[in-house]
Write a protein that binds this ligand. Structure first.
Ligand SMILES: Nc1ncnc2c1ncn2[C@@H]1O[C@H](COP(=O)(O)OP(=O)(O)OP(=O)(O)O)[C@@H](O)[C@H]1O
Ligand SMILES: [Mg+2]
Length: 218
């Protein structure tokens, strides 16, 4: 089992989108995924109830004191637990980070995204110290426009501030916006491939120990 938390105090950075892409890609490979939504807006849990077309156990937990125990309970039954958080600093985010095996910080190409990513990164480091566990933290670029000066500048800022990023980036694509209407996680095309590559990269980091045959994710 494994717990992956999406976190950044920046609203609209892509937390729920990354959570959906990972959930969809891992579920499609036949593994058991459960989701915890700590965002009062309930975007991820509403998606699973209404339009994802996937039978996935999910809980919206608004009482932050229950996040860690619920995550551990679900982790006994499922291969992967995906936790989504709200785009603001909250106790819930700290607990969701504290029980994670991997923290993903979505970053779009803006100064606000970089600044909030750094604050979230520091929170994650502090949670690691508090729990005496070395939890990997990685930036995931979303709404990414490759080969632009802006992308280069943001990548440099992220690296200068001591943060590591996943090599897989979710490019600026209509398919990710369509997902908000259709509820269907893209399987094909560039977006489908990026979702699978992201899961493969996470598996290669050793964060999806249940996934033995990495080739399946390619
Ligand atoms: N790679 C992408 N290409 C195009 N649009 C994207 C991409 N990633 C995210 N988006 C869009 O950006 C918007 C915000 O994304 P999302 O809801 O995932 O962010 P969030 O961090 O969960 O926001 P919140 O803090 O409000 O929960 C959505 O409309 C989503 O479709
Ligand atoms: Mg969200």
């Amino acid at each position: 089992m494994s717990i992956i938390t999406m976190a950044t105090t920046k609203g609209g950075a892509g937390k729920t989108t990354v959570a959906q892409m990972i959930t969809g890609a891992v579920h499609r490979q036949g593994y058991s995924v459960a989701v915890i939504d700590t965002d009062p807006n309930g975007t991820l849990s509403n998606w699973l109830t209404a339009s994802s077309g996937m039978a996935i156990e999910h809980k919206q937990i608004l009482d932050e004191s229950k996040i860690v125990s619920e995550a551990r309970k679900l982790a006994r039954k499922h291969d992967l637990i995906v936790i989504d958080t709200a785009g603001a600093r909250s106790q819930a985010t700290i607990f969701a980070i504290g029980c994670a095996d991997l923290v993903l910080i979505p970053v779009q190409l803006s100064q606000g995204d970089v600044d909030e990513a750094e604050k979230t990164f520091k929170l994650a480091k502090s949670a690691s110290q508090m729990t005496d566990r070395k939890v990997p933290v990685r930036v995931v670029y979303t709404d990414y426009t490759p080969k632009t000066k802006l992308a280069k500048k943001v990548r440099k800022e992220i690296s200068d501030r001591g943060m590591e990023a996943m090599s897989t980036r979710l490019h600026h694509l209509v398919a990710y916006k369509e997902l908000t209407f259709s509820g269907k996680v893209p399987k094909k095309g560039t977006a489908g491939a990026q979702g699978q590559l992201l899961v493969q990269e996470i598996a290669e980091m050793g964060c999806l120990p249940f996934m033995r045959n990495l080739k399946q994710a390619s």
